[in-house]
Design a protein. Sequence first.
Length: 144
Amino acid sequence: MRLSNLADYAVITMCQAALHCGSARVSAAELAAESGLPVPTVQKLVSRLTAAGLLRSVRGAHGGLQLGRPAAAITVADIVEAVEGPIALTACVDHSPCDFEAGCSMKPHWPIINDALRGALAGITLAQLRSPAPRHQPVEEHPA
């Protein structure tokens, strides 16, 4: 599974916005410049992230964008779902028609898998992403 570019850029945009926590508000153009993302992409993301309550837009002379809630209360799952919708690895989980549904033994297992994936993403907060990344430990392979 791979996140879409838009979901990836949403995480980058939110991390950049989190760097401004507690300081002056920031514009979409500033977030784009700081992150290196195209302004139209960041504007599109800001719209979706604001609609989801992850960013708050304030109008006026001292207006701009700020986090909609504390960075510790925003997870990667929240950000991905704001851009992509519910996290699901397969279409059958959301009751889309499937040509193989009659003989599929996997269908009852997909919600468990999706919940585990969402849980992993929900366990990572924006506050954690602001701090230096821990050293990655390779996942141990299990013999077949």
